[in-house]
Design a protein around this ligand. Structure first.
Ligand code: SF4
Length: 398
């Protein structure tokens, strides 16, 4: 059995700036913090826009881009939120132009998240014009009862109309988001959601297990005993997604993500691979130039910081080789291809503790993990408990 804990014993730990110099490529995440209403499960920072907020936001983005001083090629751009699609076409154009003016060349992949109700022909035309290549549509479910349970405002028909408009607008790539393990959801309803999603033929699907985050309407219902969690069902939902999506030609490449060959989300791969990203907008996180940090989660707070010439100052941590190596293992293990442990150690110049090797052997014995030389990856059983295994890894490496 290979041990990878001794391969780099003599290697000195590089300075953070050196670590990051090896961490190409660069991605940009733009947080658009506006939604017309709040979904019952949502814990993202977002607010209902007041008059003038779109302009204040765009002025802030302009200022933050100046401060970020991007002076090298950007591989991917991702607009998330919030609901970027809530911006009117003129604001989408301005946001796109602000970015393009700062980028030396167009990004190869440019994703924009939209809700079905926000998809309009004029908005899609504006996005195509500025160079967006990929739309990520928050379908969540096709069952009217479950859409209501999630507090989603769109009727199921809106999903079909939105996909039709996105296709006619000619985007290279389309992702659909689905949620499972919704209180009261049956396995048959989940099968129906998977089948309806694949019948629409997106080249990418993200399937997320519903989580009950504090300060959400669903969490309140959970604490009042009006809904409950069912861990056993979660496992069946996960298994069903893996089987059904594989049969429909989608390859699972990360625990929650499936794609046709070549349609994997490059932006997320960059993030999970512990490369670099610059976050623009309130609540957006950055990992760049030796630091990881986030902008304040509030439009006014963010604007105040920018006025003082500051960005990405919340929860700031120094990017040490140990931190990056630990995160590379945790995120790498969520990938179906797994992660090469010795290679991670060499990339960041770290020496993993012997406890890591011991724990990996235990997981192997429990059929949660398999090895191929230096590469470790989770088995189907391991993927079902990936969160627990990730937490254990962080404890060992922390
Ligand atoms: S649309 Fe997205 S960001 Fe907005 S409230 Fe719903 S889940 Fe949250």
């Amino acid at each position: 059995m290979t041990s990878f804990c001794t391969t780099t014993a003599a290697r000195p730990a590089p300075e953070p700036s050196v670590v990051l110099a090896d961490c190409r490529p660069l991605g940009i995440y733009v947080h658009v913090p506006f939604c017309s209403s709040t979904c019952d499960f949502c814990a993202f920072y977002q607010e209902t826009p007041a008059r003038g907020d779109f302009d204040r936001y765009l002025d802030g983005v302009e200022r933050e881009l100046e401060l970020a001083a991007i002076d090298e090629p950007v591989a991917t751009v991702f607009w998330g939120g919030g609901t970027p699609g809530l911006l009117p076409p003129s604001a989408l154009r301005r946001l796109g132009e602000l970015l393009r003016a700062r980028l030396p060349s167009p990004p190869a992949e440019w994703t924009v998240e939209m809700t079905p109700s926000s998809v309009k022909e004029e908005k899609l035309a504006a996005l195509r014009e500025i160079g967006v290549t990929r739309i990520s549509l928050g379908a969540q479910s096709f069952q009217p009862r479950l859409l209501e349970a999630l507090g989603r405002l769109h009727p199921r028909e809106r999903i079909f109309e939105a996909v039709d408009k996105i296709r006619r607008a000619g985007f290279a790539s389309l992702n659909l988001d689905l949620i499972f393990s919704i209180p009261g959801q049956s396995l048959d309803e989940w099968r129906a959601d998977l089948d309806e999603a694949t019948a629409l033929g997106p080249d990418h699907l993200s399937t997320y297990c519903l989580t009950f985050e504090e300060d959400t309407a669903l969490y309140v219902k959970l604490s009042q005993g009006r809904v409950s969690m069912d861990m056993e069902k979660e496992v069946s939902f996960l298994r069903e997604a893996e089987c059904r999506l594989a049969a429909a030609g989608y390859r699972q490449y990360e625990i929650s993500n499936y794609a046709r060959p070549g349609a994997e989300c490059a932006h997320n791969l960059n993030t999970w691979g512990m490369h670099r990203w610059i976050g623009i907008g309130p609540a957006a996180a950055s990992q760049d130039r030796g630091w990881r940090g986030a902008n304040p989660a509030g439009l006014d707070l963010w604007l105040d910081k920018l006025a003082a010439g500051e960005r990405a100052g919340e929860d700031r941590v120094l990017l040490t080789p140990d931190l990056l190596a630990a995160d590379s293992l945790v995120f790498g293990l969520r990938m179906n291809a797994g992660v090469e442990v010795g290679r991670v150690a060499a990339r960041f110049g770290v020496l993993f503790p012997d406890d890591l090797e011991r724990r990996l052997r235990e997981w192997e014995g429990d059929d949660l993990l398999e090895r191929d030389g230096d590469r470790i990856k989770l088995t189907a059983g391991g993927r079902l408990v990936a969160d627990r295994l990730g937490a254990e890894l962080l404890e060992i490496l922390g």
